[in-house]
Design a protein around this ligand. Structure first.
Ligand code: NDP
Length: 510
């Protein structure tokens, strides 16, 4: 990463392919003033966008879906260039956005329709009650480097459908995909209500200071700072943060599926995912067999730079800092008595960490407590399901978990005892594709949630209450002025009649 410091107006950030170190792009380092100007412009365009109505907005989102499909190869190459992730994984990012567009565009009218609750008592019986969903004018989406297209895309879709204008601030490490999304919006000729600003943390902070609502994905440290700043500004934020997701393998599990699923769930995207499987608890009776199957699967994986013909299963880590964290966790575990079943070889550029299975681990080790965000799978032997549940919950994070068992009812019963926002039984990542379900973290893993059916689009709206008389109202109301002893008595009796639920209390004052 290098910065041209000659002029603050033209400063840029170079983007590197982490596997090769090659510079693959360069983006502006936008100042707080520049961010404010972008947000001002978005704010001025937003009312016309809102006025299009949900169907009008959905029509533009569907055009964006077609653009994404028509430009898939270009987007995949950009993603591959700035992350080094295999193209098979990059394609998923494009398709997830298309799926989100289809899901929310088809339902936007229903999800955003006015609601008409019934009045609940005599005092309000003459009223027509309406709840209206009105968008936050400008939503800021601050996104990380692990899924640089999917995360801003999947968050922008419901925000735009809600009627908000959106400014995306991608990570400085991988800004090109976010810019690609904004380019697509321009190329389809859509109203200018989607923009992308680039730069470092200061640019993200300027976004928080300018917008009306923040959707953030990233580290717990930054998420906490953003939530604090949003609190000062009294604007809402939804923060999706890190995790330390446990996998529980019970003795009755289909061990082959469990090993395959945990290998993928722990290593996809080089393990750089918030819902990555980060630690595994296996019942003692199947521990050895499970390890055998896991090692077989993991040692067969090919690591390297995908040549375009699916030649690699795992790419490099995104940053030097990330590689250091991962190696630190492996070194710490080994120093405390853990063993290596597979891995860890450091390649030339220093950004490849081989898929690493750690055994003989325990909760004194960083690899079992702190977010690793890398291609490691620490596996711990447990006596039974009770011990697994206790250890799974012994964690500051609460994002998601997996449970592996042939007994679905038992799996669900265990899920309900885990302190996490989502649980996949006999699968990894499955909830990510279920837009009807919320994705959110408990404990230090977040605040609020994304997607989750209607809530996924309504979160970008302020709820407005409107009351109106059903029939022509009288000139004065009994609750209004002037007060008099007789009126006060009448009103008190009337209110008592409404409040009490038995005859004595209806008739006699206490
Ligand atoms: P950060 O949380 O620092 O970055 C996420 C996003 O926030 C980036 O766009 C970043 O910009 C931006 N940002 C940074 N500081 C501020 C700020 N003060 N105000 C507003 N926006 C800001 O993640 P890191 O890249 O530093 O990764 C650190 C760790 O976070 C990882 O090791 C991993 O454990 C975790 N992580 C979790 C992710 C998840 O999906 N939950 C994703 C990525 C990381 P910029 O990059 O330009 O600094």
């Amino acid at each position: 990463m290098s910065i041209d410091r000659h002029s603050s107006a033209t400063a840029t950030v170079d983007v590197q392919n982490p596997a090769t170190g090659a510079v693959v792009g360069s983006v502006p380092l936008q100042t707080a003033d520049a961010v404010q100007a972008v947000v001002r412009e978005l704010r001025s365009r937003q009312p016309a966008w809102e006025a299009l109505g949900s169907e009008g907005r959905a029509a533009w989102l569907r055009k964006l879906r077609n653009w994404l499909l028509d430009n898939e190869s270009r987007l995949v190459e950009e993603l591959h260039a700035e992350t080094s992730k295999p193209r098979a994984e990059a394609v998923l990012e494009v398709m997830m956005i298309c799926d989100a567009i289809n899901y929310y565009s088809d339902r936007a009218r229903k999800f955003l329709a006015d609601e008409r609750p019934r009045p609940h008592g005599l005092l309000t019986v003459q009223k027509k009650l309406t709840q209206v969903y009105r968008p936050y004018p400008v939503v800021g989406i601050i996104s990380p480097w692990n899924f640089p297209l999917m995360i801003p895309g999947v968050d922008a879709v419901p925000a735009l459908l809600a009627g908000a204008a959106v400014v995306i601030k991608p990570s400085e490490v991988t800004p090109m995909s976010g810019l690609g999304l904004a380019r697509g919006w321009r190329e389809i000729g859509a109203p200018p209500v989607l923009a992308c600003v680039t730069g470092r943390g200061e640019t993200g902070a300027a976004v928080v200071d300018s917008v009306d609502m923040v959707q953030f994905t990233g580290s717990t440290r930054t998420g906490r700072a953003i939530a604090a700043r949003a609190g000062e500004r009294l604007i809402p934020c939804s923060v999706e943060l890190g995790g330390k997701d446990p996998a529980i393998v019970l003795a009755d599990a289909d061990l082959v599926r469990a090993a395959n699923g945990i290998a993928w769930g722990g290593l996809v995207n080089s393990g750089q995912a918030c819902i990555s499987v980060e630690r595994v608890y296996v019942e003692a009776s199947v521990y050895d067999r499970f390890l055998e199957l896991l090692a077989e699967r993991v040692s067969a994986l090919r690591q390297g730079l995908d040549d375009g013909c699916a030649s690699a299963d795992i790419g490099a880590l995104a940053t030097v800092q990330q590689a250091e964290i991962v190696r630190g966790h492996v070194d710490d575990a080994l120093a405390r008595g853990a063993g290596l079943l597979t891995g860890s070889i450091v390649r030339d550029t220093g950004m490849f960490v081989e898929p690493t299975i750690l055994v003989d681990v325990d909760h004194s080790m960083a690899c079992m407590r702190e977010e690793t965000f890398g291609p490691t799978i620490p596996v711990m032997r447990v006596a039974d399901a009770e011990e697994a549940i206790r250890l799974a919950n012994d964690c500051e994070y609460g994002l998601s978990a997996t449970v592996w068992t042939k007994d679905r009812a038992r799996g669900e019963a265990i899920a309900r005892r885990l302190e996490v926002g989502s649980v996949n039984i006999n699968d990894a990542y499955a909830n990510l594709f279920c837009f009807a379900l919320p994705q959110g973290g408990w404990k230090n893993s977040g605040l609020g949630s994304r997607l989750g059916g209607a809530q996924g689009v309504r979160k970008y709206c302020r709820r407005q209450a409107i009351t109106a008389p059903r029939v022509r109202p009288p000139k004065n109301e009994v609750l209004w002025y002037p007060y008099s002893p007789r009126r006060a008595r009448t009103v008190a009796k009337m209110l008592r009649l409404l409040a009490a639920r038995n005859v004595r209390r209806r008739l006699f004052r206490g």
